[in-house]
Ligand binder design. Structure first.
Ligand SMILES: NC(=O)c1ccc[n+]([C@@H]2O[C@H](COP(=O)([O-])OP(=O)(O)OC[C@H]3O[C@@H](n4cnc5c(N)ncnc54)[C@H](O)[C@@H]3O)[C@@H](O)[C@H]2O)c1
Length: 426
C-alpha cells in the first residue's frame, strides 16, 4: 500500500509535464489540434492509418480545406515539433480523434475505429500516461476503453471510481465548426470529463497549452452526454425548421418570410430549413442517444427522421417540377453538406444529385466550388457531369439550389424554373 501511495505521489509530480503527444487520427479534428499543440511547444507525433495523409503531412502539406490550417501545419512541421507516421510510438499523452460513424442500416454506433486506435497504443502506454478520447462517442465509451485496456495491459492498474490507477483516461469532445476550426479550437469553452478527477485535471492542464476558453471539468459519462446533447439540440431545432418548410409549402406560405417574421419575437429563433442535415456530426450523433435509449429518445428519433425525410421531399419537388415544366437539363448547385466547406460526408445534396442522375441519366449537370476535391476523393464523381456554376445555369431548363456556397453569390437570378430549398434566390 505504501509503495502504491509513493508511486501515486510520483505520478502526480510526473503528471505536471506532458512533453510528447501522440494524436491518433489526422482529420478535420486531429490535424488542427496536432498543429496547435506543436506550435504551443509540445512534441507531437500524428498517427494516421491513411498513408496518403501521413505522406502529405510529413511534407508539411494538408489535404483539408480550412482557413489558415495549411500555414499552421507547414509551420508546425517546419519547426520539427509535428511529425506524422502510420504507427504510434511511446508518448506522455495519447489523443484519439478517429471516426465514430454508425453502422449503415441499423444506425447503431460503430466504435471500432476507437477500439483499433486504443489497441494500437496499448503496447506503448507507460505508467503516468494520459489517454484522451476526443471522438464523439456513445455514453460509456471511455469506461469501455478502461475495460479494454485492463485486458490489454494487465500489468497496469486501471483507474476506478475514486481511485487513480497507473494511467489517466479522460473524454474531451470537440466543438469546432468547419470554416472556423482554428479560431474555435482556441476560443471555445471545453468540457473535460475524467474517469477520475486527476485525469480531468491533467487533461485540462494539457489543453491549457493553447485553449483560451474556459475548461469545465466533470466526469467522463457526463462529458459524453454533453457532446451528444449539443448535436441533438441542433438536429431537433433544424428538424422543426424543415418540418415548418413542408407545412408552409402545403399551406401556400413563404417559409422564409414566415421565419423572418417569427424571429422578430424576442424569444423565438427558428433555424433555416434545407435539403436535410449532413456531415459527420449532427446527422450521426443523435442516433447514438437513440441506440442507447430506444424507448426514451422518441423526439430525437423523430427529428432524425424528419431531417432525413427532407431529402426525399426535395427529390419529390424536383421530380414534380420536371413533370410540370418538361425541363430537359437539370442543373444542381452544391454537393457538400453545408456551404463553403469541402466535406461531402452524409451530404443530403450529394444523395439528391446522385439520385437525380440515376433517374434522369445524361440530363443532370452539377456545380460545386469543391468539385475537384470530390473528384479526387470519391469514385462516384465519374457518374456525374460537372460544370462551372454560370455555365450550368446557362445550360439548364431547371435550377436546383441545394447549398449556398459564397461562390454562387454572383449568379444572376435564373430565367428558368427553380427548386430552391435554401431560399437562395428568393
Ligand atoms: N469534423 C468535425 O467538425 C467534428 C467536430 C466535432 C467532433 N468531431 C468528431 O471527431 C471525430 C473525428 O472526426 P473527423 O471529422 O476528424 O474525422 P476524419 O475522418 O476527418 O479524420 C479521422 C482520421 O482518423 C484516421 N484513422 C482511422 N482509424 C485510425 C486509427 N486506428 N489510428 C489512426 N488514425 C485512424 C482516418 O484515416 C482519418 O484521417 C469523430 O468522432 C467526429 O464525430 C468532428
Amino acid at each position: 500500500m505504501l509503495e502504491r501511495l509513493k508511486s501515486a505521489a510520483l505520478l502526480r509530480a510526473d503528471s505536471q509535464t506532458i512533453e510528447t503527444i501522440s494524436i491518433l487520427g489526422l482529420g478535420y479534428v486531429g490535424l488542427p489540434a496536432a498543429a496547435l499543440f506543436a506550435l504551443s511547444g509540445k512534441r507531437v507525433l500524428g498517427v494516421d492509418t491513411n498513408p496518403l495523409t501521413v505522406e502529405k503531412i510529413s511534407a508539411g502539406d494538408c489535404l483539408i480545406v480550412e482557413p489558415h490550417l495549411p500555414e499552421r501545419v507547414a509551420a508546425a512541421v517546419d519547426s520539427g515539433r509535428l511529425t506524422a507516421s502510420g504507427k504510434p510510438c511511446p508518448a506522455d499523452a495519447y489523443i484519439i480523434a478517429v471516426p465514430t460513424p454508425f453502422h449503415p442500416g441499423s444506425h447503431a454506433p460503430d466504435i471500432s475505429y476507437v477500439e483499433a486506435a486504443l489497441r494500437s497504443i496499448a503496447p506503448h502506454i507507460q505508467p503516468g500516461g494520459l489517454i484522451v478520447l476526443e471522438s464523439t462517442s456513445p455514453v460509456g465509451t471511455t469506461r469501455h476503453l478502461v475495460e479494454m485496456l485492463r485486458d490489454l495491459r494487465p500489468d497496469l492498474a486501471m483507474p476506478e471510481a475514486g481511485d487513480d490507477g497507473d494511467i489517466d483516461i479522460a473524454y474531451s469532445p470537440e466543438r469546432v465548426i468547419p470554416g472556423r476550426t482554428l479560431i474555435e479550437l482556441v476560443d471555445n469553452d471545453r468540457v473535460i470529463g475524467g474517469v477520475t478527477p486527476r485525469a480531468a485535471q491533467r487533461t485540462a492542464d494539457l489543453y491549457a497549452s493553447f485553449v483560451k476558453g474556459e475548461l469545465h471539468l466533470t466526469d467522463d459519462r457526463t462529458a459524453e452526454m454533453v457532446k451528444l446533447s449539443e448535436n441533438t439540440f441542433r438536429d431537433v431545432n433544424i428538424a422543426l425548421a424543415n418540418e415548418m418548410s413542408l407545412i408552409c409549402k402545403a399551406q401556400g406560405v413563404d417559409v422564409w418570410e414566415m421565419i423572418a417574421l417569427a424571429n422578430r419575437h424576442p424569444r423565438v429563433k427558428i433555424l433555416e430549413p434545407g435539403p436535410g442535415v449532413g456531415g459527420h456530426c449532427i446527422s450521426v450523433d443523435p442516433w447514438f442517444l437513440v441506440a442507447g435509449n430506444p424507448d426514451l429518445a422518441n423526439l430525437i428519433r423523430t427529428a432524425r427522421e424528419v431531417n432525413d425525410g427532407k431529402m426525399h421531399r426535395t427529390l419529390d419537388w424536383v421530380r414534380e417540377t420536371i413533370e410540370a415544366t418538361g425541363a430537359e437539363k437539370i442543373a444542381c448547385f452544391g454537393l457538400t453538406y453545408k456551404a463553403d466547406i469541402d466535406d461531402f460526408r452524409e451530404s443530403p445534396a450529394l444523395d439528391i444529385v446522385l439520385e437525380l442522375n440515376r433517374l434522369y441519366p445524361g440530363r443532370v449537370i452539377v456545380a460545386d466550388p469543391f468539385a475537384d476535391l470530390f473528384r479526387m476523393r470519391d469514385p462516384r464523381a465519374e457518374e456525374l457531369t460537372f460544370a462551372k456554376a454560370d455555365h450550368a445555369l446557362d445550360a439548364c431548363d431547371l435550377a436546383v439550389m441545394l447549398v449556398g456556397h459564397t461562390a454562387f453569390r454572383g449568379l444572376p437570378q435564373p430565367h428558368v424554373p427553380t427548386v430552391d430549398v435554401i431560399g437562395f434566390w428568393r
